[in-house]
Design a protein around this ligand. Structure first.
Ligand code: NAP
Length: 518
């Protein structure tokens, strides 16, 4: 057989019986999905589509729009390393600035025209006979792709509090993730349920506007001041003409985070003094800011720093000193049609109930958030719920070939969400480059490699603050129903960075499979 004929024959034998619509389908158009798209483009794959269920692309920073919304990571580490921006207004950008940055990235990398908004994925099923994914969209359409990238984010499914009587409340109920800016809070009596990272931004932002603000705290949050200087024109200009300055700042910030988080959190059992010192400073901050000593004590958490996500604010504690803001720590017993009743029998009448009560994370309904069926008919959400959340290097799962996860179980290590996007992009493109080199259409992580990785995260976690610290009273969403913490990979960011670049490709089955070879 001639070389050309042989090549044609090979092509035919790996060509699926079914027509492929796109080489890659990416589900989700937040920073992960957009980052995955840029990584694919850079390695030469342009035949992809991004499916986004919302009406606008962009994810978190486009969907969230509550008063006071601000990033709580410096922009040096909370932005794509390949798309640095020099004209941020402050070190911690505002929500609207982050939204503009998201849309700018989508435009610059030509991703708008590759995104189908208003497209909800109901189901994705791997077809082993053709080594491809069939993705079913709400409404019935099916899209066929060779590879699937699941980039649906973590904090996407708002959680309402399951408090008796909430459905009887006759006033206005708003969840912070679905803020209604055209609803005017001026002069209203407001109850805020929650004191997490969202509430601590909302409370100071709305206190001036409302008549009375009752803040219901179930678990106090560790809070640190947030030095947030404006970026002068001179600094913006310096970042613009000397981009390496921003790269340097990014690496220095990463270094600081690696030392404080890598040693403080990941190696807590060896270096407990780091978080002890931070806790001491945070307690001093509370006592220095809060006028009423009794209230100050109520704001001091009774668990180790970072058992649940700490936050940053310069204005929260000052807001609690206001006469029209009350910190309520008696547990809520029930909600009536016009107010909230606490266990001590007090009723506080309100017009508006703001639920800053967070999100469902790492359970079957939201991770992955659609039916994801592998080569043997296994449903990934069910598998995870029954067998614990797990993924090789946070990226791939045996039995789910040609699938890459962003923000999968144990994928996040290091400074910020963008660190995760970088490591998972590298992991994905290393596999896909190798597949291209071998002319392969089938990429699956091997079970032993996956098992070793899961054993490693289970072993390593014992030294982290999550397992060696005092976390039992933290009520932290870091812990799932199995008592695992799949949102955090118990390794330093540097180690995860290295692994994403140098993991052994022998851990994967990467091969060319003929059609009908399931
Ligand atoms: P969260 O951290 O899960 O906080 C939810 C709050 O609601 C907690 O205080 C929780 O109390 C309380 N709560 C929930 N159900 C309750 C109930 N039935 N009764 C009383 N209190 C109840 O959610 P979040 O504040 O929205 O933050 C989620 C994550 O979003 C953060 O960890 C962070 O990663 C991210 N975030 C980032 C930014 C930023 O970068 N700018 C801003 C906001 C949020 P318990 O603690 O007792 O459960």
């Amino acid at each position: 057989m001639s070389a050309a004929a042989q090549s044609n024959e090979e092509h035919r034998s790996t060509r699926p019986a079914t027509k492929i619509d796109h080489e890659v389908v990416i589900i989700g158009s937040g920073f992960s999905g957009l980052g995955a798209a840029v990584a694919l483009h850079e390695m030469g794959i342009d035949d992809f589509v991004i499916l986004e269920r919302e009406g606008e692309l962009g994810g978190t920073w486009v969907q969230h729009d509550y008063p006071g919304l601000e990033v709580d990571m410096p922009f040096f580490i909370y932005s794509y390393p390949f798309e640095m921006k020099s004209d941020w207004s402050r070190v911690y950008p505002t929500g609207p600035e982050m939204k503009a940055y998201t849309l700018h990235c989508a435009d610059k990398y030509d991703l708008r025209q590759r995104t189908r908004t208003g497209t909800t994925v109901d189901r994705a099923e791997f077809d082993p006979s053709d080594s491809l994914w069939r993705i079913t969209i709400a409404g019935g359409e099916t899209i066929v792709s060779r590879f699937l990238v699941s980039a649906t984010g973590l904090l996407v499914q708002p959680r309402m509090p399951d408090i008796e009587g909430i459905d009887d409340f006759e006033g206005k109920i708003i969840h912070s993730a679905r803020w209604e800016n055209d609803y005017d809070l001026t002069g209203k009596r407001v109850a805020m349920i929650g004191t997490g990272a969202t509430a601590i931004q909302l409370i100071p932002a709305i206190a001036d506007r409302v008549e009375q603000l009752d803040v219901y705290q179930r678990t106090a949050i560790w809070l640190l001041p947030k030095p947030n200087p404006k970026l002068s024109r001179a600094i913006q200009r310096a970042f613009e003409i000397l981009p390496f300055l921003q790269v340097l700042t990014r690496w220095l910030t990463n270094l600081v985070v690696e030392i404080s988080m890598g040693m403080g959190m990941i190696r807590y059992s060896r270096f407990p003094w780091i978080f002890d010192w931070i806790e001491k400073k945070a307690v001093e901050y509370i006592r220095g800011e809060i006028d009423d000593p009794e209230m100050a004590e109520k704001l001091i958490p009774n668990y180790s720093f970072f058992c649940k996500r700490p936050s940053f604010s310069n204005s929260l504690y000052a807001t609690f000193n206001r006469p029209d803001v009350e910190l309520v720590t008696d547990p809520i017993e029930r909600i009536t049609k016009s107010g909230l009743v606490t266990k001590d029998g007090t009723t506080r009448e309100v017009d508006v109930l703001v639920c800053a009560t967070g999100y469902n994370v790492f359970n079957r309904t939201c991770t992955p958030g659609y039916e994801l069926i592998g080569k043997d008919g296994v449903n990934l959400g069910e598998f995870w719920e029954e067998n614990r959340f797990q993924a090789y290097e946070g990226a791939t799962v045996p039995g789910f070939p040609n699938l890459f996860l962003f923000m999968g179980p144990y994928s996040a290590a290091g400074a910020s969400y963008f660190t995760m996007i970088d490591t998972q992009s590298k992991h994905m493109t290393r596999c896909l480059r190798e597949a291209r080199k071998r002319g392969a259409n089938y990429v699956e992580v091997k079970e032993p490699a996956h098992a070793r990785d899961f054993e490693k995260v289970n072993r390593r976690r014992s030294g982290t603050v999550l397992f060696a610290g005092r976390c039992s009273t933290a009520n932290s969403y870091y812990f799932d129903a199995n008592g695992d913490t799949p949102g955090i990979r118990p390794v330093t960011g540097f180690e995860h960075w290295l692994n994403s670049r140098f993991f052994s490709l022998k851990n994967y089955l990467i091969e060319k499979r003929a059609s009908g070879n399931g």
